[in-house]
Design a protein around this ligand. Structure first.
Ligand SMILES: Nc1ncnc2c1ncn2[C@@H]1O[C@H](COP(=O)(O)OP(=O)(O)OP(=O)(O)O)[C@@H](O)[C@H]1O
Ligand SMILES: [Mg+2]
Length: 257
């Protein structure tokens, strides 16, 4: 390990200890995986290249990614999605392996997988941004995606789960049409549910395309069926919903309705 790494590791451990003793949750999570040294370098590079202006604060801490908000140099409010490079389940193994010179490659490969995962979400967003409401993707770099911020001053629009559909009949219909539009673009969201839909002032936005996949994927139809079931299950609380098969037929375009 280089001296810089050793220094970082020492600071990292000190930080963990003090945050644990304070019982601090948010900070712990942030330091725990997101702002590892490579991620800090990525953010620093983006700021230096004047693609990103500032990172103001945290919006959400997830298992695989954390969402921050910030501004571009021309003061557009953006969401910064940062995939964890050291996921919790991986960290213990990883901590030991990176110290072993025989396993440097593994560390690089792990990182590369996360980077590809990040790039996939970005590509999915690019592919659907013209046909369904999503946060406009700006750019991707390593494990960081910068996109439009859905909300204002660091406060994101609520999830559909929290506030329910403003107009259930119409919203259900809209979501079926969105699934159909994505399908025509050759994309299945594959993680669609009331968690990954934000309720804006005028419309519903689809987010979190990390699992999104192309129709060429042999699992795509199965994922689509699951998305449809999730949406029906949620809307059943508000309206009388159609059968999944009828909805699937509409999405696939095998019916004229
Ligand atoms: N573009 C955005 N603008 C505003 N808020 C956002 C944006 N993207 C995400 N968020 C906020 O962060 C939360 C989590 O985002 P997202 O679903 O993309 O990540 P996640 O579920 O933590 O990721 P993963 O499941 O891939 O680990 C959202 O519910 C929302 O509150
Ligand atoms: Mg999500």
């Amino acid at each position: 390990m280089g001296t810089e790494d050793a220094f970082y590791n020492r600071e990292f451990k000190k930080g963990l200890k003090s945050e644990r003793s304070k019982g601090g949750d948010e900070l712990f999570k942030v330091r725990d995986g997101v702002f590892d040294r490579a991620t800090l370098m990525t953010l620093y590079d983006l700021i230096k290249a004047e693609r990103l202006g500032t990172v103001e604060g945290i919006v959400s801490t997830g298992k695989e990614a954390n969402i921050f908000w910030g501004y571009t140099p021309d003061k557009k409010e953006v969401a910064v999605k940062i995939y964890r490079v050291a996921a919790t389940t991986f960290r213990n193994m990883w901590q030991y392996l990176v110290q072993d010179p025989r396993f440097k490659r593994l560390n690089r490969q792990h990182r590369q997988i996360i980077y590809n995962w990040t790039k996939r979400e970005y590509k999915n967003l690019m592919r659907v941004e013209d046909v369904v409401p999503v946060p406009k993707p700006y750019f991707v770099r390593n494990n960081v995606i910068v996109m439009d911020f859905l909300g204002k001053d660091g406060v994101a629009f609520p999830q559909l789960r929290e506030v329910g559909p403003p107009n259930p009949e119409r919203d259900f219909e809209t979501l079926v049409r969105h699934m159909r539009s994505m399908y025509r673009q050759g994309i299945v969201h594959a993680d669609l549910s009331e968690y990954n839909i934000l309720v804006g002032e005028e419309k519903l936005y689809l987010i979190d395309f990390s699992q999104g996949t192309v129709l060429e994927n042999p699992m795509a139809e199965e994922y689509l069926a699951r998305d449809v079931e999730n949406i029906i299950r949620f809307f059943r609380k508000f309206i009388k919903t159609p059968e999944p098969d009828a909805v699937l037929a509409r999405i696939r375009g095998t019916t004229n309705e």
